[in-house]
Design a protein around this ligand. Structure first.
Ligand code: UD1
Length: 428
């Protein structure tokens, strides 16, 4: 177990380069295994979830190397249809192996996925989609078993906007017989990115990025080379951190349109946002003021940016609310921020934040990936030292976090739990 020790109160200044998208990479790397061929994926971030997926796919028979940000996937020998529980249980996106294996091998046995503790995260839509494509689907002893000698195209209405369902069914449909139509498909940039990669593999997909995606199934696909889009959630986190610490940061290599709703809210808070050809620069505009936010599927305000944004609102002037519409239990971070002096309470699906003038460093926990981002931002902005336990949760989605923050002037140190200097432990 590792901890991050952060001495707060230093405004972030300078520029930071955003890594390739974690969520895009997870979908695209799995997609590469649809073809018995070699694919090369560039701009892949070295975050824990990517390394976990690499392990899962290797257990299925793929041969994968990751050098710098370039992943080479030789999927010729993918032949095992049972995904390993120990790796799958830590990560929601492990369930993409279900769509891929069903299409490639006609059968799959995948553990019910794990991931962040942010509310019930069923896979019922995925399973209904596979069944609509002719698979016999059974959930037993913690595993999903799905099998069909003949995957057939289907028209499927996704019951509510679901990124995972849209990607999983898109993967399966590329090799199903006939033309599938996904209605009420999610529109996140990661879906478009995956569809672009699948098209390079030879797949016939139309409409990704709209609510209706049409996939003409083929007998086989081939390998391709592709560079993943920048991580909009990492970009959003650094933009919020810049404003929250009273800093001035240029976030390079990002796509502003992917975080449009966040940029609007940052401006509404009083931050100064400049979109230019190098990226997006955010400068704190004195003390920010409270705003009301509703999370929503893309292009709305991303649910993943809710906890980090709450850390900014915790020290903004006045009252704010954040209504969470995607995951009902995304409020775990609230108790952690309260340890640091934040005045936040949860009322049903809303966090009500009364801004305080400052936060104080404290021992806190990164309860999940984005809750971890929230406590990192709060610790950077707080007076004094914070010790963040379970740093591994932050590493699930943020590459080189202490190096990137350090280059922006933050004081962030990583230690093994139990090895922190005594003075720091007492200060926390
Ligand atoms: C993905 C992202 C995650 C992001 C989320 C919403 C990855 C690896 N993760 O998660 O970072 O927060 O999209 O943008 O890309 N649902 C069901 N049944 C299902 C599937 C989903 O009820 O079978 C519900 C979920 O509980 C949730 C909502 O649909 O309330 C949206 O979930 P979904 O978009 O599927 O999230 P993920 O793909 O798991």
């Amino acid at each position: 177990m590792e901890q991050l020790i952060i001495q707060g109160g230093r405004p972030l200044r300078g520029s930071v380069r955003i890594s390739g998208g974690k969520n895009s990479s997870l979908a695209i790397i799995t997609a590469a295994c649809l073809a018995p061929d070699v694919s090369v994926i560039e701009n892949v971030p070295h975050c824990r979830d990517v390394l976990t997926l690499k392990g899962i796919l290797e257990a299925l028979g793929a041969r994968i190397t990751l050098a710098d940000d370039r992943m080479t996937i030789d999927a010729q020998a993918v032949s095992h249809h049972v995904a390993p529980y120990d790796l799958c249980r830590t990560m929601r996106a492990s369930f993409y192996t279900a769509g891929m294996l069903l299409a490639r091998l006609g059968k799959v046995q995948v553990p019910l996925p794990g991931g962040c503790v942010i509310g019930s995260r069923p896979v019922d839509f995925h399973l209904r989609g596979f069944a609509a494509m002719g698979a016999n689907v059974l959930t037993e002893h913690g595993y999903v078993h799905a099998e069909t000698p003949h995957l057939t195209a289907a028209s499927f209405f996704v019951p509510r906007s679901s990124v995972g369902t849209t990607i999983n069914l898109m993967l399966a449909a590329t090799l199903a017989e006939g033309t599938s139509v996904l209605e009420n498909a999610a529109r996140e940039p990661e879906i478009v990115d995956t569809a672009v990669f699948l098209s390079l593999m030879g797949a016939k997909i139309k409409g990704a990025g709209t609510n209706t995606i049409t996939i003409e199934g083929l007998h086989d696909l081939h390998g391709a080379t592709y560079s993943v889009i920048p991580d909009r959630l990492e970009a959003g986190t650094y933009l919020i951190a810049a404003a929250g610490t009273g800093g001035d940061v240029l976030v390079e290599q990002m796509i502003p349109e992917h975080v449009g709703a966040l940029l609007t809210k940052l401006e509404e808070c009083g931050a100064i946002v400049e979109r230019n050809t190098d990226g997006v620069r955010v400068r704190a505009g004195g003390r920010h003021h409270g705003v009301d936010v509703d999370t929503a599927p893309f292009p709305g305000f991303a649910t993943d940016l809710h906890p980090p944004f709450a850390s900014l609102l915790a020290i903004a002037d006045g009252r704010s609310t954040i209504r969470e519409t995607v995951f009902e239990s995304r409020f775990g971070y609230v108790d952690e921020l309260r340890r640091m002096g934040a005045d936040i309470r949860v009322e049903g699906d809303r966090a009500v934040v009364n801004g305080v003038p400052f936060l104080s460093g404290a021992p806190v926990e990164a309860l999940d990936l984005r809750a971890g981002a929230a406590v990192v931002i709060a610790a950077l902005a707080a007076q004094g030292t914070s010790i963040i336990s379970n740093a591994e949760n932050v590493d699930r989605g943020y590459e080189h976090v202490e190096e990137k923050l350090g280059a922006l002037g933050a004081s962030v140190q990583r230690v093994e739990t139990g090895t922190e200097p005594a003075a720091v432990a007492q200060a926390g």
